[in-house]
Every structure is written in structure tokens, then in C-alpha cells.
Design a protein around this ligand. Structure first.
Ligand SMILES: N[C@@H](CCC(=O)N[C@@H](CS)C(=O)NCC(=O)O)C(=O)O
Length: 253
């Protein structure tokens, strides 16, 4: 029995929902409400001591961290459509792009998301209550991120994040001039990764970076990603994002 504990279909939660749907695997979807800080509740921290989503439970075996979860799903279910290239070169290319997204993209798009969205949520909690919430956050880095989201990220950090996103968009645009999918001729976990962390929200969040003039191939790839039945199913999951804040995500409603 497979269970996925996840939040809205965006970023890390979407990144692991996509392979589950692309592989056509049956799983129990357990929504964790980040707006209510459920990820820091004792029941959830008992499951994942890092207090973050998503978490995969496969017959009682707990797997965390999306890149690990996604490779695990492909290893554990070899009879459903593979999501990694079959050859060694393709596999290496896919791992290279996953590493690139994990190290050079995810945190920078996330910083802007936290600046524009999570900051609003963090500021809606009064300061005494907020300090109590912080005490429950297990990871030092996440505690600091929540604190900074409330007070505001620095202009220098935000400018650096924008620069990283510009570099990433140009790099993927170039790659898509050589191959139809990020790691080569077939859809792979690298596509799920870049789409969830950057591609799906690029045009809405960063119109000066992602647009028909600068990144036409990337936008065509986003449309091809959305047209995949597995990706469309993953995107249709529960979404409690405040509609007023949705402009900043890649959700199309
Ligand atoms: N490296 C982890 C990162 C997980 C992560 O950052 N999850 C976010 C959601 S996108 C989260 O749980 N944020 C809530 C929090 O940290 O309080 C992974 O790949 O799964």
C-alpha cells in the first residue's frame, strides 16, 4: 500500500505527485495543510522528523526527499512506465538536471514564493503565537526561513534569486533546443522536477524571464507537460491556496 502525505500540487508536493500519476500507481493521498502548520504537529514530525512534505509511506517504509522518493518509485515499480532513460548516458543526464534543479533552482524560486505568499501567511499570525510556531519547527534552516518570511527577505538575496532563475531559464531553453525533454528524447523525472519548481510558475511569477520572446521552447514544453494526463491529474489535487495569492503560483484556474 502506497500513501503520499503532501500539500498543494506545486513545488515538492507536485514533484512526487507527478511520478505517482505518470506511473499510474494506486496510492492514498493524505493532504497536509501547511496553512495550518500541520507539518510541524507531533503526529507529522513522528513520521518525518524534518517536518516537511512530501512523505511517501510504502507498506510502512517511510521515504523522504523528493528526488529520493521519485527514484524509489521507479525502482520499486519497474512494471509501470519507467520515468528514467534506459541508457547510461540518459540516466547520467537526468541526474545532472535533477542535481541542478535541487541545488540551483528550487531554493531560489521558493524564496520568491515565500517572500510573496508565505510572508503574508506568517504575518497573519500574532507575534506570541508565531514564536510558539517557530519552536515546533524541527529544522534550523526552516525555522530561519519562516522568521525571514515574516520580516521580509533582503533585496540582495531576492536579486540573487532572480539572477539564478534567469540563468536556469536560459539553460533549460538551450537544452530544449537540442532535445524535446530535459534529459533527452523521453519524459523523465528531470522534467517533473524543473516543472514543479520553476517551469509551471515561470511565466506568471517572472514574466520578464519566461515569455514568448526569451523562452519560447520552455513555454512550449510547459504546455506539453500540462497536456500529459499524469501531470494534469497531479495538478488537479486539493488546493487551499488563498485565491488572492494565486497569481504567484503556476496554478491555472
Ligand atoms: N528537500 C526536500 C524539501 C521539502 C520541502 O521543502 N517541502 C516544503 C514544501 S514545498 C515544506 O514542507 N515546507 C513547509 C515547511 O518547511 O514548514 C524534498 O525534496 O522533499
Amino acid at each position: 500500500m502506497l500513501k503520499l502525505y503532501h500539500a498543494e500540487p506545486v513545488a515538492n508536493s507536485l514533484k512526487s505527485l507527478i511520478p505517482l500519476h505518470e506511473k499510474g500507481l494506486e496510492f492514498e493521498s493524505i493532504y497536509v495543510d501547511l496553512h495550518k502548520f500541520e507539518q510541524h504537529q507531533p503526529w507529522f514530525v513522528a513520521l518525518n522528523p524534518e517536518g516537511q512534505v512530501p512523505v511517501l509511506d510504502h507498506d510502512g517504509v517511510i521515504i523522504t526527499h523528493t528526488t529520493v522518493i521519485n527514484e524509489y518509485l521507479d525502482d520499486a515499480f519497474p512494471d509501470s512506465p519507467p520515468l528514467r532513460p534506459a541508457d547510461a548516458v540518459g540516466k547520467a543526464r537526468m541526474r545532472y538536471w535533477n542535481k541542478f534543479v535541487d541545488e540551483h533552482v528550487m531554493n531560489y524560486v521558493s524564496m520568491w514564493g515565500w517572500h510573496r505568499m508565505v510572508g503574508v501567511i506568517a504575518r497573519s499570525v500574532d507575534s506570541g503565537e508565531f514564536e510558539k510556531l517557530l519552536e515546533r519547527i524541527p529544522l534550523h534552516e526552516q525555522r530561519e526561513k519562516w522568521r525571514t518570511a515574516r520580516s521580509g527577505f533582503s533585496e540582495a538575496d531576492l536579486a540573487n534569486a532572480t539572477r539564478k532563475i534567469e540563468v536556469a531559464a536560459a539553460k533549460v531553453e538551450k537544452q530544449l533546443g537540442e532535445f524535446p525533454w530535459i534529459a533527452g528524447d523521453t519524459f523523465s523525472l528531470a522534467d517533473a522536477n524543473f516543472f514543479s519548481h520553476c517551469g509551471m510558475m515561470l511565466e506568471r511569477m517572472f514574466p520578464a524571464i519566461g515569455n514568448q520572446q526569451s523562452t519560447p521552447r520552455l513555454l512550449d514544453w510547459v504546455a506539453r507537460m500540462r497536456a500529459r494526463p499524469g501531470v494534469a491529474k497531479a495538478l488537479a489535487g486539493p488546493d487551499k491556496t488563498n485565491p488572492a495569492l494565486r497569481t504567484f503560483t503556476g496554478h491555472v484556474h
